[in-house]
Design a protein around this ligand. Structure first.
Ligand SMILES: [Zn+2]
Ligand SMILES: [Zn+2]
Length: 104
Protein backbone atom coordinates (compact mmCIF):
# COMPACT_ATOMS: atom_id res chain seq x y z
CA UNK A 1 0.00 0.00 0.00
CA UNK A 2 1.14 3.51 -0.81
CA UNK A 3 -1.45 6.16 -0.05
CA UNK A 4 -1.50 9.48 -1.84
CA UNK A 5 -3.87 12.43 -1.92
CA UNK A 6 -5.46 13.00 -5.35
CA UNK A 7 -5.00 16.75 -4.74
CA UNK A 8 -1.29 16.24 -4.08
CA UNK A 9 -1.39 17.58 -0.54
CA UNK A 10 2.07 17.20 0.92
CA UNK A 11 1.08 16.45 4.51
CA UNK A 12 1.10 12.67 3.97
CA UNK A 13 -1.34 12.25 6.84
CA UNK A 14 -4.35 10.05 6.27
CA UNK A 15 -7.32 9.18 8.40
CA UNK A 16 -8.81 5.70 8.44
CA UNK A 17 -12.36 6.28 7.31
CA UNK A 18 -14.41 3.14 7.81
CA UNK A 19 -12.49 1.21 10.41
CA UNK A 20 -13.46 0.47 14.00
CA UNK A 21 -11.07 1.97 16.53
CA UNK A 22 -11.11 0.44 20.01
CA UNK A 23 -10.13 2.25 23.18
CA UNK A 24 -10.03 1.35 26.86
CA UNK A 25 -12.22 3.03 29.50
CA UNK A 26 -9.94 6.07 29.51
CA UNK A 27 -10.26 6.50 25.77
CA UNK A 28 -6.73 5.34 25.15
CA UNK A 29 -6.16 3.74 21.78
CA UNK A 30 -6.08 -0.05 21.90
CA UNK A 31 -6.33 -1.27 18.34
CA UNK A 32 -8.18 -0.77 15.12
CA UNK A 33 -9.85 -3.28 12.91
CA UNK A 34 -9.90 -2.35 9.26
CA UNK A 35 -12.86 -3.19 7.08
CA UNK A 36 -12.44 -5.54 4.15
CA UNK A 37 -11.54 -2.59 1.94
CA UNK A 38 -10.33 0.14 4.30
CA UNK A 39 -10.89 3.69 3.11
CA UNK A 40 -8.52 6.50 3.94
CA UNK A 41 -8.88 10.20 3.48
CA UNK A 42 -6.44 13.06 3.38
CA UNK A 43 -6.45 15.02 6.67
CA UNK A 44 -5.58 18.23 4.80
CA UNK A 45 -8.38 18.38 2.22
CA UNK A 46 -10.65 15.46 3.13
CA UNK A 47 -10.41 13.80 -0.28
CA UNK A 48 -10.45 10.01 -0.42
CA UNK A 49 -6.85 8.84 -0.69
CA UNK A 50 -5.79 6.68 -3.59
CA UNK A 51 -3.61 3.62 -3.13
CA UNK A 52 -0.77 4.02 -5.60
CA UNK A 53 0.54 0.62 -4.54
CA UNK A 54 -2.44 -1.23 -5.99
CA UNK A 55 -2.46 1.00 -9.09
CA UNK A 56 1.17 0.08 -9.81
CA UNK A 57 0.35 -3.61 -9.36
CA UNK A 58 -2.58 -3.39 -11.78
CA UNK A 59 -0.44 -1.61 -14.36
CA UNK A 60 2.22 -4.30 -14.10
CA UNK A 61 -0.40 -6.99 -14.71
CA UNK A 62 -1.75 -5.14 -17.72
CA UNK A 63 1.73 -4.70 -19.16
CA UNK A 64 2.34 -8.41 -18.78
CA UNK A 65 -0.87 -9.15 -20.67
CA UNK A 66 0.00 -6.67 -23.40
CA UNK A 67 3.45 -8.18 -23.76
CA UNK A 68 1.73 -11.27 -25.14
CA UNK A 69 2.27 -13.62 -22.21
CA UNK A 70 0.08 -16.65 -22.71
CA UNK A 71 -0.96 -19.52 -20.52
CA UNK A 72 -1.91 -23.06 -21.49
CA UNK A 73 -5.28 -24.29 -20.31
CA UNK A 74 -7.23 -27.50 -20.56
CA UNK A 75 -10.97 -27.08 -20.83
CA UNK A 76 -12.77 -28.81 -17.93
CA UNK A 77 -15.74 -29.45 -20.17
CA UNK A 78 -14.34 -30.89 -23.42
CA UNK A 79 -10.63 -31.24 -22.48
CA UNK A 80 -9.56 -29.07 -25.40
CA UNK A 81 -6.05 -27.67 -24.93
CA UNK A 82 -5.85 -23.99 -25.77
CA UNK A 83 -3.98 -20.82 -24.96
CA UNK A 84 -5.28 -17.56 -23.55
CA UNK A 85 -3.56 -14.32 -22.46
CA UNK A 86 -1.97 -14.88 -19.05
CA UNK A 87 -3.91 -12.04 -17.44
CA UNK A 88 -7.29 -13.23 -18.71
CA UNK A 89 -9.80 -14.48 -16.16
CA UNK A 90 -12.20 -16.10 -16.80
CA UNK A 91 -11.03 -17.85 -19.94
CA UNK A 92 -13.22 -19.08 -22.77
CA UNK A 93 -12.68 -22.44 -24.45
CA UNK A 94 -12.48 -21.84 -28.21
CA UNK A 95 -13.82 -25.33 -28.94
CA UNK A 96 -17.02 -25.51 -26.88
CA UNK A 97 -17.42 -21.97 -25.60
CA UNK A 98 -17.20 -22.99 -21.95
CA UNK A 99 -16.29 -20.00 -19.75
CA UNK A 100 -14.58 -20.75 -16.49
CA UNK A 101 -12.44 -18.90 -13.93
CA UNK A 102 -8.76 -19.78 -13.54
CA UNK A 103 -6.60 -19.52 -10.45
CA UNK A 104 -3.76 -17.04 -10.07
ZN1 LIG B 1 -5.38 16.30 0.31
ZN1 LIG C 1 -14.22 -26.81 -24.12
Amino acid sequence: MFLACPNRCSVNRFELWNASVFTDSLGRYLEHRAEQAPLYRCTACGSPAVDLGSVARTLAEEEQAEAGAVQDYACPSCEELFRAPAGQNPVVCPACGETYPVGG
